[in-house]
Write a protein that binds this ligand. Structure first.
Ligand SMILES: NC(=O)c1ccc[n+]([C@@H]2O[C@H](COP(=O)([O-])OP(=O)(O)OC[C@H]3O[C@@H](n4cnc5c(N)ncnc54)[C@H](OP(=O)(O)O)[C@@H]3O)[C@@H](O)[C@H]2O)c1
Length: 264
């Protein structure tokens, strides 16, 4: 018996997917035969992403700012209209501004909390309603970060706020499991994207080094000796977002080349 993803024709929403981790996830779901809606907040980048994914299968773009409640409602409505329901939600977000704790203003914490805590919780509720109304089994995958286990000092708001996503995953796994919806989280380590470049630039500016030197130092800390690719991360997202993981719920899976040192 082969291990099939069972994703052929599945209806998948991937948020924040015009580039980077979200884009890689959308690509992987399309390659497994899923029908996909991608989202982002920039019309030009979203359309360009949709056009480059189009040869792989059915893909739609829905413009929505994940910080705006009305946009979250519309995102779910348009997704359901275009796909005829929803089987898998993959929640990726934009990034809060990098910075150490002593640089963060009230507005930075406020913005990070909305982006990383309030919006995913609200979108999850709306997504669960759609899944339950359609009688589908339902799967949710939330992207968070290894920083929730071992905080990274130069991204203070992210290290703090993303911990709530782990709470959301565990809470929803208990509440929605009996209704047939599985909820899991992924803790990416360092993945090669525009966000990684932004963090390397910020950290080299602070230390008076170069982004290349910062990245080399980072890679020396990773047991597998390199940062990961969006394709490698996408395989884990597809696993949790499909029936390949049919008995997994409430899990928080690091995909980090062995970076996390803590046990548990
Ligand atoms: N790369 C890593 O090593 C790493 C590790 C752990 C966690 N993460 C986190 O994972 C997430 C994705 O990271 P990435 O590396 O893929 O970043 P990225 O390459 O910078 O991509 C970010 C994506 O988020 C979208 N986006 C930004 N603000 C948005 C908003 N308000 N509403 C809707 N979409 C929005 C962007 O699209 P538009 O600009 O078109 O809106 C883009 O598609 C981030 O939260 C990041 O902090 C990254």
């Amino acid at each position: 018996m082969g291990i099939g993803s069972g994703l052929n024709g599945a209806r998948v929403l991937v948020t924040a997917a015009s580039q980077g981790i979200g884009f890689g996830a959308a690509q992987a779901f399309l390659e497994e035969g899923a029908r996909v809606v991608i989202n982002s907040s920039n019309a030009e980048r979203l359309d360009s992403a949709r056009r480059s994914l189009e040869p792989l299968g059915e893909v739609h773009g829905v413009l929505a700012d994940l910080r705006v409640p009305a946009d979250l409602d519309r995102l779910l409505e348009e997704t359901s209209l275009r796909l005829g329901g929803l089987d898998t939600l993959v929640y990726v977000t934009g990034s809060p501004r990098p910075g150490v704790f002593l640089e963060q203003e009230f507005a930075d914490w406020d913005a990070a909390a909305r982006l990383l805590v309030v919006s995913p919780a609200y979108l999850a509720r709306r997504a669960a309603e759609r899944m339950l109304a359609g009688g589908s089994k339902g799967r949710m995958v939330f992207l968070t970060s290894v920083a929730i286990r071992e905080p990274i000092p130069t991204i203070a708001t992210s290290s703090v706020c993303r911990i709530a996503v782990a709470g959301l995953v565990r809470t929803l796994a208990r509440e929605l499991g009996p209704k047939g919806i599985r909820v899991n989280g992924i803790l990416p380590g360092w993945i090669r994207t525009g966000r990684l470049d932004q963090i390397m630039q910020d950290s080299s500016r602070r230390k008076g080094t170069t982004p290349e030197a910062e990245r080399a130092a980072l890679e020396r800390e990773i047991p597998l000796g390199r940062v990961g690719t969006t394709e490698e991360l996408a395989r884990a997202i597809v696993f949790l977002g499909s029936e390949m993981s049919s008995y997994v719920s409430g899990a928080l899976l690091p995909v980090d080349g062995g970076l996390l040192r803590s046990v548990g």
